[in-house]
Ligand binder design. Sequence first.
Ligand code: FE2
Length: 385
Amino acid sequence: MPVYHSLGSIPPKRHTQFRKPDGSLYAEELVSTEGFSSLYSLVYHAYPPTIVKTLGEPYCVEPKIAREKHLKHTSLIGFNIQPEDDYLQSRKPVLVNSDLHISLAAPRQSMVDYFYKNSQADEVVFIHEGTGTLKTGFGNIKFQYGDYLVIPRGTIYQMEFNGAANRLFIVESFSPIRPPKRYRNQYGQLMEHSPYCERDIKRPADLKTYDEHGDFKILIKKQGLIYPYIYGTHPFDFVGWDGFHYPWALSIHDFEPITGRLHQPPPVHQTFEGDNFVICSFVPRKFDYHPLSIPAPYNHSNVDSDEVLYYVDGDFMSRKSVVKGQMTLHPGGIPHGPHPGSVEKSIGKESTDELAVMIDPFRPLMLTEDAIRIEDENYYKSWQY
Ligand SMILES: [Fe+2]
């Protein structure tokens, strides 16, 4: 995140002696996602982050591809994903390619007896239902309905849920997740035309140092496998840190829509970007105010990208019979557009209360076995009169 932040105690100069009250040294660690060439933070641990006690057998969580190639408008009923107790087991990848994996999850329980680290992918966890706290060594972030949690790869974390009814929409990105470059000036500051600004960014707070020895299980994901590691010190033993690399959150409700006299194209909804895909937010807004405007979108055929919409709330004006948690995939190569009747219906309407997350990946998505299980098979015929 291009905003400097610091919590806890750090020495006045980097890479210098920083000692505990007993005279021993704290352990400095540089954490980053793109080597030494981009955003990073310096972390000061009570103990070195390298004390491995044992390493268990890895197990596979790779998505099982059911439909590698396809050219069919597809709809998935996301809330048909069944709740499961465990956070990691509850995550069901549904649409995947080499740039990102999109998963749905309905975890019932907090993570209490292990920690998790995705070593290869930044994670964006969109909170559709539920409240709780994202716990990390950098500090904690309280979350609620509508929050995008952005967790850079390599961040060890726990999800603490306040209740059992949780619905998550998760993107694993194999490139760093960032605010779009065109929203930022040459110094990284979000500019006046950006739909959100630094005040909207929730940063970690309440840093607590866990100075503890013991057996700490960290499940580390790499190349589709989960490696169970047992470390000898608590992973949240940060006494302080500073830099630009840390987990953060943005509420979809703080995304300020850009509107106009005529229909605005999808890029005005862009919220984040990764390599080869964008994440957009469709939020409640005033409709177009030209006297002859048509608020519903025109038919469109982006042959260079697939288009995924995840319906969060409200009445989605260009679709008929949409339910919460539904997900549509309109593949590049064939056009799609408003459902019959929705163009006329949109004329004269002043505003919409729709809330949705959209992802446009520039490489085709594959459907997994979990996706096929929740597919509405007749969706592709739904434009018939
Ligand atoms: Fe579209």
